[in-house]
Ligand binder design. Structure first.
Ligand SMILES: *[C@@H]1O[C@H](CO)[C@@H](O)[C@H](O)[C@H]1NC(C)=O
Ligand SMILES: *[C@@H]1O[C@H](CO)[C@@H](O)[C@H](O)[C@H]1NC(C)=O
Ligand SMILES: *[C@@H]1O[C@H](CO)[C@@H](O)[C@H](O)[C@H]1NC(C)=O
Ligand SMILES: *[C@@H]1O[C@H](CO)[C@@H](O)[C@H](O)[C@H]1NC(C)=O
Length: 823
């Protein structure tokens, strides 16, 4: 795996370095909860405190406990608000983005339903279940998905395709019914297998019961189940037919097994497959196939928390299979949601979706072709269809804890960057995701934000990568699991709040509920990421090793290997964080005003951070003629093979590593050689006055082909930078060192649009660049989608080709907003 963006947990060195400034007696700002003890308790408390301090205990115990103490204010999400009573329409959903097709409910120990499939090619049995790049599927993803009622997905495998459709129907008290339809068709993407197996499963997760109803010939025709939140229900597996409903020859297998958990389902199936079954349609030779047989895994001493029931149908391509989930509390169903009724329901939702899409984004009105609209609908649908509901606890560590601690268990409803590679919540990605979703469904965005804010601890910290539950954990190598308490991430949720406020899509009640948490979150950044001078900021958590990295990384900034000061130090001032804080302050001032709280401090901060003269003083370099970070820096660094002394006779020679050599001593200065996205931040976040000369200068850098301009969007780092396309270590290829990223290009397009709307000397220039950049980015992402079948994590700045992981319909889907000109 070449790319491990945001996976790398904070390095060892951070802990030692950050220990200093945060004394144990530090007063907490912002954290709500008024804990004024009665007067007579005070002396006793003081005494206790002294005692603890005396033992040297408090120094470790106090702050260590705060790491895992939840925020004290009432939760942003009222209890039960995601349950079947309060929100029946969203109870069931495709909330398992990490599998090709699956569903669960928005509850902590939800039973799940899913699909696996198996090609029965001679000597080549491939089981598909979780989204894996190594499966090499030519394309897959939702073509239509409205986030609530229905979805249509197309999955191209080698030699055939599966169309997986789901539609829900309200009723009863437990989130209603839903049905699936899976249609398999031959494709020219490879040799079509003579027959395939579809394996439909239902599994519990630590609660509830499933009871199989088995017909003749080992066919699991249906199952009855019962869980806490679903009450009684049945799931019916219909026999396969053609698309017009003619029955087909098929063979059946089923499996009933207990597993350690949902993350083990693939293994259970793999280890229970046996090639001893025969498939013999009339008039054709008999052939053997793999079927689920008996499961003989051993659990060791782990609890077997999942009951699993699998229905396997083995059938020729093409075919169609339907499955119906029926809730026991739906009183009388007029007709079952199958066959013709299912078709009608699906059609109804498709029409409504297309209409709502056009009302929201107006792409047809803007003259986009049918193909372009199809692409845009798929982008939005993939972000909606990629939403997950996760429950579990993070592992966290602070300078005050010796070992990682379990964070309080929590639930998270969130979109994910990539179903295959990053199927879990990422803090700064989510702000970008919600910029798109807030247009489609502001209530959904409000809910997602509230989920994230409820994961805050008493310090105002939110872990930036959320690996909750066994299924999420199974996708992350152990060394990247722990989240470090000094690690921030760009506070992009302020952009979402700004957007929701502009749309008039937040009520007082909501703002009041989240306000104490917003205060703490803001306070956490303002306090823990403060820079060396007033109104400057510094990302904590930079790599401390200056020996191996060409430039020690800053994962917390979200821009990983983007070049910063060569020698990390407390003197650093980070331009991007300062600009994020300017936005945060302005939004806080607005929210405070709305809820009638004191806004002075925020307004004051917002004014100072928007002050163009102060910005120049802290971040404009005359010598470099651009905005820049400041720190202990030298451009005279390079990676070289280390020269090792020959070993004593008879000993093997060690392999020389690539190490950093410093040819010129670092000194405090603006960080040169790093023109790119960071330099553009004052423009990207629209802090520059329209008449600012620096705006003119940044626009010139943008459109310069030797610097940032490419026919595919703005590259992350200037071609003229010494770091351009450079490896950071022997095994660490460039990431934010040249490639085109869509989230930053969205901010650029949005900012250019802004500067083309306001009076000023650069208005025309901004307008021209706006049109060109917008056309380039949309054009390339679309072209790559058509060519490769996917939307990608980043795009090559010289060829436009998609790179990194796929499908990446997280922030790359912001192309929809560029098409719609929604900023
Ligand atoms: C669920 O089904 C069982 C057995 O069929 C029945 O005894 C029970 O009353 C049902 N529960 C509800 C809530 O309907
Ligand atoms: C942010 O931190 C600075 C320095 O500690 C402080 O003066 C300022 O009041 C803080 N701003 C807010 C809005 O809390
Ligand atoms: C810059 O880094 C070098 C090398 O680590 C160190 O010797 C020097 O003291 C630093 N300069 C400042 C001003 O911190
Ligand atoms: C972009 O493609 C070119 C040509 O194939 C290649 O040399 C370069 O390394 C690629 N860029 C990145 C960032 O991988």
């Amino acid at each position: 795996m070449a790319r491990e963006r945001r996976r790398r947990a904070g390095p060892e060195g951070v802990r030692a370095q950050e220990r200093g400034p945060r004394g144990p007696g530090r007063r907490e700002r912002g954290a709500a909860g008024d804990a004024r003890p009665a007067l007579f308790v005070l002396p006793a408390l003081l005494l206790l405190l002294l005692l603890l301090l005396g033992c040297g205990l408090y120094a470790r115990w106090g702050p260590a406990a705060r790491l895992v103490a939840p925020h004290a204010s009432p939760r942003a999400l009222p209890p039960g608000s995601t349950g079947p009573v309060a929100a029946p329409a969203r109870f069931w959903g495709s909330y398992r983005p990490q599998v090709y097709f699956g569903m669960k409910t928005r509850s902590p120990r939800s039973p799940v339903a899913g699909l696996m499939w198996l090609q029965q090619l001679e000597g080549d049995v491939r089981l598909r279940h979780t989204c894996e790049q190594s499966d090499g599927l030519p394309r897959y993803g939702w073509l239509l998905h409205d986030g609530t009622h229905f979805g249509v997905q197309e999955i191209q495998d080698l030699g055939f395709s599966l169309q997986t459709e789901v539609v829900k129907r309200p009723g009863g008290q437990h989130g209603g019914d839903w049905s699936w339809r899976v249609t398999v068709r031959p494709e020219r993407t490879g040799p079509t297998p003579p027959f395939i197996s579809l394996l439909f499963y239902v599994a519990t997760d630590g609660q509830g019961r499933l009871q199989p109803l088995i017909e003749e010939k080992s066919r699991l025709a249906s199952l009855r189940g019962q869980t806490e939140e679903l009450g009684n229900f049945t799931v019916t597996f219909k026999p396969p037919t053609t698309e017009t409903g003619t029955p087909l020859y098929a063979r059946y297998n089923h499996l009933q097994a207990m597993a350690e958990g949902l993350h083990r389902l693939t293994d259970v199936v793999k280890s229970s497959l046996r090639p001893r079954f025969s498939y013999a349609p009339p008039g054709l030779p008999k052939r053997h196939y793999f079927g689920v047989d008996v499961y003989q895994g051993q659990a060791g001493d782990r609890e077997l928390r999942s009951q699993l029931l699998i229905h396997q149908v083995t059938v020729a391509v093409p075919c169609r299979v339907e499955v119906a989930f029926e809730s026991g509390s739906v009183p009388d169903r007029p007709d079952r949601l199958l066959a013709e009724t299912l078709t009608q329901e699906l059609d109804k939702h498709v029409v409504a979706f297309e209409q709502r899409f056009e009302e929201t984004f107006g792409l047809s009105r803007k003259g986009f072709s049918e193909q372009e609209q199809h692409f845009a609908r798929a982008l939005l649908s993939n972000m909606l269809g990629g939403m997950g509901y996760f429950h579990g606890h993070s592992l966290v560590q602070s300078p005050y804890t010796e070992a990682p601690q379990p964070y309080p268990a929590g639930s998270l409803f969130t979109a994910v960057p990539s179903r295959s590679f990053f199927p879990r919540g990422f803090l700064w990605d989510e702000g970008f995701h919600q910029l798109l979703l807030a247009r489609w469904d502001p209530a959904l965005s409000r809910e997602v934000l509230a989920h994230w804010f409820d994961l805050m601890n008493v310090e105002g910290w939110i872990p930036r990568e959320q690996i909750l539950g066994d299924e999420a954990l199974a996708k992350v190598p152990p060394e990247f699991v722990v989240q470090h308490s000094q690690a921030g991430n760009p506070p992009t949720f302020f952009l979402v709040l700004q957007q929701l406020l502009r749309q008039g899509a937040v009520e007082q009640g909501y703002l009041r509920r989240i306000y104490p948490r917003l205060q703490s979150w803001y306070g956490w950044y303002n306090h823990t990421q403060a820079g060396p001078l007033p109104y400057t900021f510094r990302w904590r958590g930079r790599d401390q090793d200056t020996q191996l990295f060409l430039n020690p990384k800053t994962l917390t900034s979200g821009l990983d290997d983007y070049p910063r000061a060569s020698h990390p130090s407390e003197d650093e001032r980070h331009l991007d964080l300062r600009c994020w804080m300017a936005v945060a302050s302005a939004v806080m001032a607005e929210v405070a005003t709305r809820v009638g709280e004191a806004e002075n401090d925020y307004t004051h901060m917002a004014e100072w951070l928007a002050d163009n003269e102060l910005l120049q003083r802290h971040h404009w370099s005359e010598a470099l003629n651009t905005f820049a970070d400041y720190g202990n820096h030298t451009q005279g660094v390079a990676l070289e093979r280390e020269r090792l002394r020959p070993p004593p006779p008879g000993q093997p020679s060690p392999i020389p590593r690539l190490v950093r050599v410093v040819r010129k001593s670092p000194r405090l200065q603006f960080v040169g050689g790093a023109l790119g996205y960071v330099s553009l931040f004052p423009l990207l976040l629209q802090l520059l006055r329209p008449d600012s000369q620096q705006l003119g200068s940044l626009l010139a850098d943008m459109k310069n082909k030797q610097k940032l301009w490419t026919p595919f969007g703005l590259r992350s780092l200037s071609r003229s930078s010494p770091f351009y396309l450079k490896h950071n270590t022997e095994h660490d290829p460039p990431y934010w060192r040249g490639a085109v990223w869509i989230n930053m290009n969205y901010l650029a397009v949005r900012a250019l649009h802004h500067y083309s709307q306001v009076e000023g000397p650069y208005r025309e220039e901004a307008s021209k660049l706006y049109h060109e950049l917008r056309t380039n980015v949309i054009g390339n992402v679309l072209q790559q989608y058509l060519d490769s079948g996917y939307v990608w994590e980043q795009y090559n700045d010289s060829t436009g080709r998609g790179q990194g992981c796929y499908p990446f319909t997280g922030w790359s889907a912001l192309v929809v907003l560029m098409m719609a000109e929604e900023y």
